[in-house]
Design a protein around this ligand. Sequence first.
Ligand code: FAD
Length: 480
Amino acid sequence: MSKGTFSSASRRFGGRHAVVIGGSMAGMAASRALASHFERVTLIERDRLPEKPELRKGLPQEQQAHGILAKAVEILEGYFPGLWQQMVAAGSNVLDMSDVALYRGGIWQARATPGLTLYIQTRTLLDSVIRSRVREISNLQILDECEVVKPVVTSNRVAVWGVEVRRRKQEATEILEADLVVDATGRGSRMPRWLEELGLPRVEETHVRIDVGYASRKVRKLQGVTTNWKTLSIFPTAPRETRLGALAPVEGDTWLVTLAGALGDHAPGDEAGFLEFARALPQPHVYEMLRRCEPVSPVAAHKFPSSMRRHYERMTGIPEGLVVLGDAVCSLNPIYGQGMTLSVLAASLLEECLSEQAPRAMMGFGRRFQAKLSRMHDMPWTMGAGEDLVYPSVEGPRPLWWKAMQGASGHLQSLAAYDPVVTTAFAKVMHMTGSPLELAHPSMLLRMVRGPQGEGPGESPVMQFPEGSAPPSKTVASVA
Ligand SMILES: Cc1cc2nc3c(=O)[nH]c(=O)nc-3n(C[C@H](O)[C@H](O)[C@H](O)COP(=O)(O)OP(=O)(O)OC[C@H]3O[C@@H](n4cnc5c(N)ncnc54)[C@H](O)[C@@H]3O)c2cc1C
């Protein structure tokens, strides 16, 4: 395939060189967005970036389930036409929202009405295919096995003019000049420290300490099992429960079994503990599947201490030509599955802001971008971190409007057990293809007033095993 170039439909910023630090979802999406506006883009990643789907050190969370929301699917398809066809050819599974069995609020939800397409795969495959498309961008160069040591600023510290990098196995550093530097290095970003070294105050952070521990493993699908669903998730009912379990169909005819527990009730990284944790979920489906299927990967564990926001929008004096996005700015409790989508949305916002900027003039760009990015994060933060505050031990503000919102959301969730219209509306909001305001639409309020309609709560999903499907005999060593 020949290398692609892009001419954005909106006005081109016309910059010379942009550097993006970090080759994960936020970095790849930002690089693609910038390729429409800069003559050259360089994407710098510390890890070696493999050609094939392979685990890598800088993405330790990739062994856990990674759901990608419909909004990100839509934007990524616009960036890389044919991407999802390519994903399916590579092993991704295409589902409809109506194939999803969802246990939420202590009840099985009514199935959504068909119409929302979902793509399910491992994070490793997703990044690998997107990366293959990023490699095709003609004005983009990937510098992997290369670490950014720090951004380089003018002597008066008002603007960034490049980055200092060190290539693997080399002592010496070198400088790459750039008009724009994008930090997409994730939650562990060193930007707060780099800015402090320039004499700026520490960026303010907000944390909601949910203390989630994930563990996942792949198991081979058992032949002959009858189900009336294609993927299944059991969410904890806060505040009385903390445990989540999910079965997601991924490449190679396997299930990715993911368990997670909040408030320190972590899913264990050892085999026996993993199975026992699944057994204690409020519904039996994940455990029953897990105990019968042959494991094909070790159990991999990952801890997530808190949802976190860094408030760059509140800072003054950040050098011009520098922006921060992705998990480096907002890292939300993964059980809501929003991180990758927010990263892709940030790339779109970057493009939108560049189109509004006077050509080739970086002045004020970073400040405007961080302010808009923060506003974009407000709603997902309110919905995600807000849900976590239902646990009394989680610290954070609980104003009156939060109490009202939780009340309405709880009510809608119980209605969703009876009413496919409500489930579907919820699904669209969760997938960011529908506005949360749609949940406050008069027709929805009417449904709330009328109360549950229809047959009764959603039935427990069907899962029938073939006769004599015995527990597995083979085990695989665990890693934490
Ligand atoms: C357990 C878990 C489960 C999750 N599940 C979901 C989910 O279901 N759905 C979802 O949408 N999101 C999920 N997420 C969030 C998702 O993983 C992130 O939001 C997503 O990867 C985007 O992050 P990022 O690109 O900003 O940073 P990261 O993914 O953290 O990547 C940062 C990159 O920067 C590189 N890097 C760091 N420092 C340097 C440097 N100095 N120089 C060069 N390179 C550097 C790293 O090697 C890495 O490749 C989950 C997260 C966790 C922890």
